[in-house]
Design a protein around this ligand. Structure first.
Ligand code: GLN
Length: 198
């Protein structure tokens, strides 16, 4: 648990900043009063208490995670319990199995879900929906952009929100994932929930 006994400003949240939609995540945490920093190197990673992997392009991020030598240290931190929130491409990177990925695409296998990339078809490549999230008292505006679909969940994984029949927010231990972009909603509640819940 973080955030219980420490001042908000003393908690450092790292946002993976190799590619994709990292800036808006950083701004949401800053708005909440946390020290949020961009992570590009193992030295940056060593300073953070919790971590966000943003949306973007998971195949590119996978390559950059290797070339930046961040892949192994991130994997170790997650195993050691660092809270991590993966959104969209970030969810793909955290999942146990990727369908329709590139053959050489890496994942941390940190949450027991199978995800299918770009699974919502061409016509609805991007769409928005109001979803109900357990423990939030009103709906949340979810923006899906070429989103991955969770096609199966292991028994240890908690489904926290659905869109239609699909689980779109899930958690297992210190790992939370969303198939949408919560940083685009102008709503800080999901980022708060991440810091409370993991
Ligand atoms: N389609 C992207 C991928 O496979 C994810 C899209 C996103 O993060 N908005 O990596």
């Amino acid at each position: 648990m973080i955030g219980v006994s420490r001042k908000k400003s003393a908690i450092k949240i790292g946002v993976l900043a190799l590619q994709g939609a990292f800036e808006r995540h950083q701004k949401v945490f800053q708005k909440l009063g946390f020290d949020a920093v961009q992570v590009r190197t193992p030295a940056d990673l060593a300073k953070v208490d919790a971590f966000v992997m943003p949306g973007g392009e998971s195949t590119t991020m996978s390559q950059l995670l290797e070339s930046s030598e961040l892949f192994d240290p991130i994997g170790r931190r997650i195993k050691n319990g660092m809270p991590v929130f993966g959104t969209c491409a970030g969810m793909i990177l955290l999942s146990k199995k990727i369908l329709d990925g590139r053959e050489d695409q890496l994942s941390f296998e940190a949450i027991d879900i199978d995800v299918q990339r770009n699974a919502y078809g061409r016509q609805i490549d991007s769409f928005e929906a109001e979803i109900e999230i357990d423990s939030l008292d009103s709906s949340f505006h979810a923006v899906f952009i070429r989103a991955p679909r969770i096609v199966s969940l292991g028994s240890e994984v908690h489904a926290l929100a659905y869109c239609g029949d699909d689980v779109v927010l899930a958690q297992q231990d210190n790992v939370m994932v969303a198939s949408f972009h919560p940083e685009l909603a102008n709503d800080v509640r999901l980022h708060e929930l991440f810091l409370r819940g993991v």
